[in-house]
Design a protein around this ligand. Structure first.
Ligand code: OSB
Ligand code: MG
Length: 369
């Protein structure tokens, strides 16, 4: 395909409730949307999952737009014919910026699959038509508020609950949720909030029969995770630390992690995600699909990915209503704790152009020279 132009748009979408983690509180989701138009006549969409500030990862919305404009897009424009499978290699000289690179690759893949009439799911290797949904629950203002929120999600049918934890909000909330719901699949996510000195505290989580502890330590402290894994019985699952196939291979070889959360943005795209999935399947490592508070655009593609056979644990692939009152695509509605894998060409969702226009705070079109 030959790219004609790329539209970069920043939108602000209010969240239905504040989402608090150890790295900050989100009241709304700021996102960079990308639309590419090709000379072949197809359009491809993607969202860049970088957040407004570099708190979860080094990338952030305005930085993502800058690196795309300045480096990634000019490099892609230099090719008269580009396929999604070539994008990662083309962009490899630029270090890091996985979320920005993932968006470029995804938009190109969407345009390509739309031309070919193939859905994301079939292209990536989907093995089912529905996926199991989990939900990520932020740090609450009180135990009562937490119980109410978890109760709502369980009533709605979520098949797994993930509690965000941080020092001061860990053993007690987990104890109470476990007491009220003794059988619900439960896990916790610390977003790097602990240190090697917290081993004794983290060991106390063993009594609650958790599926896993997600990213307890600093993303660069792989050895710390190895040492911690020897002390706690609950499986460790890395999120922030896994930024590529190579880092996944190393973390598994070192036994720093025994479960992997795949987020396409964090690892540079859906194609790298499939490679990590395949590595995990070969090594009998359970995989689940993480989330980044995506709109329907990113959600559609994540659900397709989560339908691959190695995704054996419910992901943070929740219904649209868990995030937004109104989404920029028709909402993903959960049925018996599951979401349907889209079947239309490309990411397979309609875009609500009028609503996008309403919530746009900046828009720029970059034409290929
Ligand atoms: O660590 O998994 C995380 C959201 C934003 C950034 C990081 C994380 C999260 C979540 C929510 O936990 C996942 C979702 O429901 O999209
Ligand atoms: Mg996480």
């Amino acid at each position: 395909m030959r790219i004609k132009d790329v539209e970069l748009r920043i939108i602000q979408l209010p969240l239905v409730r504040p989402f608090r983690t150890s790295f900050g509180t989100q009241l709304e989701r700021e996102l960079l949307l990308m639309k590419i138009t090709t000379h072949e006549g197809s359009q491809g969409w993607a969202e860049c999952v970088a957040m407004s500030e570099p708190l979860y990862s080094p990338e952030y919305t305005m930085g993502a737009q800058d690196v795309m404009e300045r480096f990634l897009l000019p490099k892609i424009f230099a090719y008269d014919d580009v396929r999604a499978e070539e994008v990662a290699d083309i962009l490899k000289p630029f270090l890091g910026h996985q979320m920005s690179k993932a968006a470029v690759e995804t938009a190109i893949l969407d345009a390509q699959l739309k031309l070919e009439g193939i859905s994301f799911g079939s292209y990536l290797g989907s093995s089912k038509s529905e996926i199991d949904c989990g939900v990520s629950v932020g740090i609450a203002s009180s135990i009562e508020a937490l119980v109410a929120e978890v109760g709502l999600y369980i009533y709605e049918g979520y098949r797994r609950i993930k509690l965000k934890i941080e020092p001061g909000w860990d053993i007690e909330p987990v104890r109470i949720i476990r007491e009220i719901w003794p059988d619900i699949p439960l896990q916790v996510d610390a977003n790097q909030a602990y240190s090697r000195d917290d081993t004794e505290l983290l060991k106390k989580l063993d009594q609650f029969n958790l599926l896993l502890i997600e990213q307890p330590l600093d993303e660069h402290d792989l050895l710390g995770h190895v040492l911690l894994a020897k002390e706690v019985r609950t499986p460790i699952c890395l999120d922030e630390s896994i930024t590529s196939l190579e880092s996944a291979r190393d973390a598994l070889a070192m036994k720093a992690t025994t479960v992997i959360n795949i987020k396409p943005g964090r690892v540079g795209g859906y194609l790298e995600s499939v490679r990590i999935h395949d590595l995990c399947v070969e090594n009998n490592i359970p995989v689940w699909c993480g989330g980044m508070l995506e709109t329907g655009i990113g959600r559609a593609a994540n659900i397709a990915l989560a339908s691959l056979p190695g995704f054996t644990l419910p992901g943070d692939t929740s219904a649209s209503s868990r995030y937004f009152r109104r989404d920029i695509t028709p909402p993903f509605i959960m049925n018996d704790g599951q979401l349907d894998v889209p079947t239309g060409p490309g990411i397979g969702v309609e875009i609500d152009h009028d609503f996008i226009e309403e919530i746009t705070t900046s828009r720029k079109v970059i034409s290929a020279p």
